[in-house]
Every structure is written in structure tokens, then in C-alpha cells.
Write a protein that binds this ligand. Structure first.
Ligand code: GLY
Length: 321
């Protein structure tokens, strides 16, 4: 039985997908013990990047059409609005670490390809071959199927890991990391490393981040749209639902089909919200009382949005990622 949640969950961190649970726990521990926001977010993202079981982020990420893993990551500091991003990097163990360091720079803070790798090497960041044997096998199988471009979807069950955090002093920040669309064209970039589309953080209003089909999310600068709605006074859950709904209808009027977009957000008081165009989108909220998994849902017939706290049966039947 699904029990709908009536009030926004409260916390200091929120993250996308069930795969982020372990990382959020580690990040939340840092936040509770030291109140170090940047360290907490980077730790949480790294935990997902380092786990080869999650094939849409970091090590073990599924490759592009030529069999190469290309990664995007970004970090935004909501106090300074400082933003760093790396785009289409190969063989960088933790793209979020490079993005975090770049967010401290006022110029040259968003770097792509070879330039990003040169920066990472200058900073002494570790490299590794990001293609695992299991992702390579999957790629070889998929190559035989020759799926058409318009049939491509964001990876089912998870996609970009997005982590939003809020310190006790009220500073907000956000980090995201992804290997992007599976079997993408070499050089293809989605929403994740783009400020306003994949993420946005402003400690004066709140923070938001998106996951799903990047080409669709970018057309509405979805994360910025949510933060602006919070700035104008809308409660966080309404801001998520309204921004997503308006954007989705805008795309629908142009003949787009629903390829899956989901968002998370937190206002500057710690109220958390989420919305999706999928049947189910799991997300995690953490605070002084620990971590808790929730699910955002959209009724595909009526378009109604709601949140629920999954019960034992849901947890047993759903994949852990
Ligand atoms: N949302 C990740 C991407 O489209 O690349």
C-alpha cells in the first residue's frame, strides 16, 4: 500500500536515486560532525563514482558508441555562486573532485576534454581506466542490436547522481556526476555539467538538480527554474512540481514523448522536495536523524504528482540501485 507524504521531508542533504544512499550516509556524517559542506558533497558523490555496480556514473559507467567512457561532473557553491565543471573527460577517477576544485576559480572554471585532463594532471588527481569488463561486455552486446538514436533513453533505474547539501550556517551547494547517455555519440554532452540545467545552488533561495534525458532537461534550464520559483516564495515541493510540469507540457506541445526527467530540491530552510515524469523516482534525504529513502511519482494517466515513503515490500521488489 502506498502512503502519500503530506509534508516536505526536512534534512540537510538530498540526493537522486537509491544508488546514492551509501554516499549520502557518508556525506551526512561529515556534515553532522564537522559541518563541512564541500567535503560532505564530494565524499557522497565519490562513493557513487567509485562503485562499478552503478553504470551511469564514474567507474563502470557505460561507454559511448565507440566504447569509451566519457564523464561529466559539476559543483556549485551557493554562497559565492562559484561553479566548476568538467565535460567529456576520460580516465579521470573522480570527476567531481576536479569540478569542486574548479569551482574555486573565477575564470577557466569549466573545462572540457583534453583541457580538463591537463588540469586534473596538474592538480595530481588520480586516473584510471573507467571501463570495467562488465560494462565492456554489455557494450559489445548492445552494439549488435543497433538501437536507433530516437530509441535511446537515460539508463533505467538511475542516471546522474546529484547531491544537494545545506550547512548549519545555511550555506548551500550542489554536486553532480554522470557518464551520460549510454551509447551516446562521442562528445555528446547532456544537462549535468551545465549551470542552471543539471544543477543550481543559491544560498539565498535554495538548490535544485536534475536527472534524466539531458537533451530534454536542458530545453527548460530546469534546475534554475525551480530555484527561481523558490525565490519567489513557492514551497519547495510545489516549485519542483510546477517547474517540471510547465516544462514537460512545453515539450509535449512540440510533440516530444516522455523520456523521463526527475528533479530534487531543497530550500534554504532545509525543506526537501522532488518530482518526476516517471512512474517512480527514488531519492534520499539525510539530516541529524540519519538517512531516509523516499519515492516521487507521477500518475501517467492523470499527471498527478506525489511522494511516498516506500514500505518493506517496495524495498524488496525494487533494485537496490
Ligand atoms: N542526465 C544526464 C545526461 O543526459 O547526460
Amino acid at each position: 500500500m502506498i502512503t502519500k507524504i503530506l509534508n516536505s521531508p526536512m534534512g540537510q542533504m538530498i540526493s537522486t536515486w537509491r544508488m546514492s544512499e551509501e554516499g549520502l550516509r557518508l556525506g551526512n556524517q561529515i556534515l553532522q560532525e564537522k559541518d563541512e559542506l564541500g567535503e560532505a558533497i564530494v565524499r557522497a558523490v565519490k562513493c557513487v563514482e567509485d562503485n562499478p555496480a552503478y553504470v551511469s556514473v564514474g567507474y563502470g559507467g557505460l561507454p559511448n558508441r565507440e566504447g569509451q567512457v566519457e564523464l561529466d561532473a559539476a559543483y556549485m557553491d551557493g554562497d559565492t555562486l562559484g561553479t566548476g565543471a568538467v565535460i567529456s573527460v576520460k580516465n579521470l577517477k573522480n570527476p567531481i573532485e576536479a569540478a569542486y576544485r574548479l569551482s574555486k576559480k573565477k575564470t577557466n572554471s569549466i573545462l572540457a576534454g583534453d583541457g580538463a585532463m591537463k588540469y586534473a594532471s596538474y592538480e595530481g588527481l588520480p586516473c584510471r581506466n573507467m571501463l570495467t569488463e562488465s560494462s565492456r561486455k554489455r557494450y559489445e552486446e548492445e552494439k549488435k542490436e543497433q538501437m536507433k538514436e530516437e530509441e535511446r533513453r537515460a539508463y533505467e533505474g538511475h542516471d546522474t547522481v546529484c547531491i544537494i547539501g545545506r550547512s548549519r550556517k545555511g550555506s548551500m551547494a550542489c554536486g553532480v556526476s554522470t557518464s551520460g547517455l549510454y551509447m551516446k555519440e562521442p562528445g555528446r554532452v547532456g544537462d549535468s555539467p551545465f549551470i542552471g540545467s543539471g544543477f543550481y545552488a543559491d544560498s539565498e533561495a535554495g538548490a535544485a538538480a536534475a536527472t534524466g534525458m539531458g537533451e530534454d532537461i536542458m530545453k527548460g534550464c530546469l534546475s534554475f527554474a525551480i530555484v527561481e520559483k523558490m525565490r519567489s516564495g513557492l514551497p519547495v515541493q510545489e516549485a519542483c512540481e510546477k517547474a517540471l510540469e510547465e516544462h514537460w507540457r512545453r515539450l509535449e506541445r512540440r510533440g516530444y514523448t516522455n523520456r523521463g526527467m526527475s528533479v530534487i530540491a531543497m530550500d534554504n530552510q532545509g525543506n526537501a522536495g522532488a518530482a518526476t515524469t516517471l512512474d517512480e523516482f527514488p531519492f534520499v534525504v539525510a539530516g541529524k536523524d540519519g538517512c531516509r529513502l523516499y519515492v516521487a511519482s507521477m500518475d501517467q494517466e492523470t499527471g498527478e504528482h506525489f511522494l511516498f515513503a516506500p514500505d518493506e515490500e517496495w524495498l524488496k521488489n525494487s533494485k537496490s540501485d
